[in-house]
Design a protein around this ligand. Structure first.
Ligand SMILES: [Zn+2]
Length: 102
């Protein structure tokens, strides 16, 4: 018998990452998203553009990181960066000079 390898169909399930959002201590909106990578939690507010990174233990999940973030924020120990707004803002092109004089 030839070594016919049974092909195992790999089903790669893309994990439906539920975007966990938390309340922003600055603007009060539930717009904080947290991404933890290699011990660094990247915290970003989709509303006001608050952005910061904090170190978290590997066991931390987003909720833990958020708790630490809030503590640091309230203590004023946080190094807040502003994320450049990459939000797709509806920019109404208000051209006030529509009057074309001929
Ligand atoms: Zn905010």
């Amino acid at each position: 018998m030839g070594g016919k390898r049974k092909k195992r169909t790999k089903i790669i399930k893309p994990k439906p990452k539920l975007p966990k959002t938390f309340e922003c201590p600055r603007c009060g909106r539930i717009a904080i998203s947290i991404e933890i990578k290699e011990g660094i939690a990247k915290i970003k507010c989709g509303n006001c553009g608050l952005y910061t990174e904090i170190e978290v233990p590997p066991v931390y999940d987003e909720a833990n990181a958020y708790g630490k973030f809030i503590d640091l924020y309230l203590d004023g120990k946080l190094d807040i960066k502003e994320s450049n707004n990459e939000n797709q803002e509806e920019d109404n092109n208000e051209s006030s000079e529509l009057h074309t004089s001929t």
